[in-house]
Design a protein around this ligand. Structure first.
Ligand code: GLN
Length: 537
């Protein structure tokens, strides 16, 4: 294919309609037809990135190889496409303004008044085209966060309008995702909100090319015709997106509705092959026909909001399919765990995962959960803060270091087994200053991780400030908590294991960011397998 073509995905009527999943599903179908596709998310909020946002605000913060702290939709993009994303795949209003203001300070606008149009819109258009201009993609799908009509979305919508015009016919298209509500009292699906939302988009000068309609009930032919007529789109460009039992069904549902075909037709792409979804469908078949079940306790402090641990939950789905078991995740609030109830709360589980996190709240409950898993020889996976809790638990209960802690929780602990590195000590800014992105790690060949990775040189993504304190390494190793993964450049301990335990692994990095449908993460696969063995005891 020649130049890159662009697909814009906007949303109307309501938020949370699943633009990210629709974008990822369309991308999957186009990829299955042999095209090189990437997806970008534009977020209209003023934070420079979601790294400083509380998970209750915005769900999980997803991290890319290049250390960008991004929207969780990028996780879906990677899980669906199995292609890494980068900083260029997520842009916020904060980042746009930051860069325009920096240019203004440098005098790059040559004395002009700096305005939303054209300076902010030019910056947005540039950010959209960076991916296309790289030459790596036939198609770039850009998802515009928010809902049309929102004040903060306006510069993005205007940028899309301009780009559509500049790119010319057949080089871009706009998909508008809307909701068709069902009024049970009237027994009817209602199209009016969609008509209004398409009209709002038109007021900004954009005619939607394709409508994807979220609905709880099938859209009849006549309803599709009505939508087509009133929204000025072709009938085959009215695509139904009915509620799915799993997000992994959505690509096939979009295939049945012909979303990929309409998109290719509108973009005038004639050389795409028939879609090959063999690998995807094999995964789905295994996911939907488990032959057993394992129960894993997810110990975290943001468990009320499922989105906080999105990548972990999805990694369990991938690993469950490999092991042909259903992974039932029991979320347990770490603040509710103490020595008196831990047995009752964790009994009957087959594995314990202590989740990442920040700050003091709930850490003592996490430490109790680690102790339970260690003492009951129950498979344990500690991720980031979860690994740090495992080191603290071992220091307190096996080494007898009373009050051992991370300096994040207790600045004056007598035993700072987890502490800040020198270079982190003087940092005062919160945004983008953690150890972020992909870092190398060398594994001990004869360890759990050495065996399950199938390679002793790995690279995993990080997002933390505090580190395993090397001053305690000899004592911890002697007492049986082995350091089995080391950063070859810095010597930092990245993985701990207990060889005396059937499966006890703590990792300073986030394996969940790298698990995809095509490439389930070995640590999750190994952990679920260990939990399955445990369930048979
Ligand atoms: N709060 C810990 C740190 O900053 C762990 C972070 C995490 O779990 N992502 O080191």
């Amino acid at each position: 294919m020649g130049t890159t073509k662009y697909i814009f995905v906007t949303g109307g009527v309501s938020s949370s309609l699943g633009k990210g999943i629709i974008a990822a599903s369309l991308a999957k179908l186009l990829q299955a037809r042999g095209l090189r596709v990437t997806i970008q998310k534009l977020d209209p909020y003023i934070n420079v990135d979601p790294g400083t946002l509380n998970p209750y605000e915005h769900g999980e913060c997803y991290v890319t190889d290049d250390g960008a702290e991004t929207d969780l939709d990028l996780g879906h993009y990677e899980r669906f496409l199995n292609v890494p994303t980068s900083q260029a795949n997520n842009v916020t209003t904060g980042r746009i303004y930051q860069s325009v203001i920096e240019k203004e300070r440098k005098g790059e606008f040559l004395g002009k008044t700096v305005q939303v149009i054209p300076h902010i819109t030019n910056e947005i258009k540039e950010r959209i085209q960076i991916l296309g201009n790289s030459g790596d993609y036939d198609i770039v799908i850009t998802e515009i966060g928010g809902t049309v009509g929102d004040i903060e979305s306006l510069p993005y919508i205007e940028s899309v309008r301009q780009l559509k015009w500049e790119l010319g016919e057949h080089n871009s298209l706009v998909i508008h995702l809307t909701l068709i509500p069902y009024l049970s009292a009237a027994g009817e699906l209602k199209t009016k909100p969609t008509q209004h939302s398409v009209k709002t988009l038109m007021e900004s000068g954009i005619q939607a090319d394709i409508l994807v309609c979220r609905t709880e009930h099938e859209l009849s032919d006549s309803l599709k015709r009505k939508l087509a007529l009133f929204c000025n789109v072709e009938k085959e460009a009215v695509i139904q997106s009915i509620d799915a039992t799993t997000i992994y069904d959505v690509p096939n549902m979009m295939l049945d509705e012909g979303l990929d075909k309409v998109a290719l037709k509108k973009l005038d792409i004639k050389n795409a092959s028939d879609p090959n979804l063999d690998g995807w469908n094999e995964f789905l078949a295994r996911h939907k026909n488990p032959s057993g079940e394992v129960r894993i306790g997810l110990i975290g402090k943001y468990v009320e909001l499922q989105d906080s641990y999105k990548s972990i939950l999805e990694s369990f789905i991938h690993a469950g399919a490999v092991n042909e078991v259903k992974v039932k995740v029991k979320s347990i609030h770490s603040e509710h765990i103490d020595a008196s109830n831990v047995n009752e709360l964790l009994e009957g589980l087959h594995g314990v995962l202590v989740a990442p996190g920040f700050g003091e709240r709930g850490v003592e409950g996490k430490i109790e959960a680690v102790r339970y898993a260690r003492e009951h020889k129950m498979p344990f996976l500690g991720i980031c803060l979860g690994m740090q809790m495992a080191v603290i638990e071992y220091s307190r209960n096996i080494l007898g270091l009373e009050g051992a802690n991370s300096t994040e929780m207790d600045e004056f602990t007598p035993h700072p087994v987890i502490s800040l590195m020198e270079e982190q000590k003087h940092i005062t800014d919160m945004g983008g200053t953690m150890r972020l992105g992909a870092w190398k790690c060398d594994l001990e060949a004869n360890s759990i991780v050495g065996k399950i990775y199938g390679d002793i040189h790995i690279e995993e993504r990080h997002r933390h400030r505090y580190e395993y304190n090397d001053a305690y390494r000899d004592a911890l190793e002697e007492a049986g908590l082995r350091a089995t993964g080391i950063n070859p450049d810095t010597g930092l301990v990245e993985i701990v294991e207990i060889p005396e335990h059937p499966w006890f692994v703590g990792v300073q990095y986030h394996p969940e960011y790298k698990s995809t449908v095509a490439n389930p993460h070995p640590l999750f696969v190994g952990f679920v397998n260990a939990a399955h063995q445990f369930s048979k005891q």
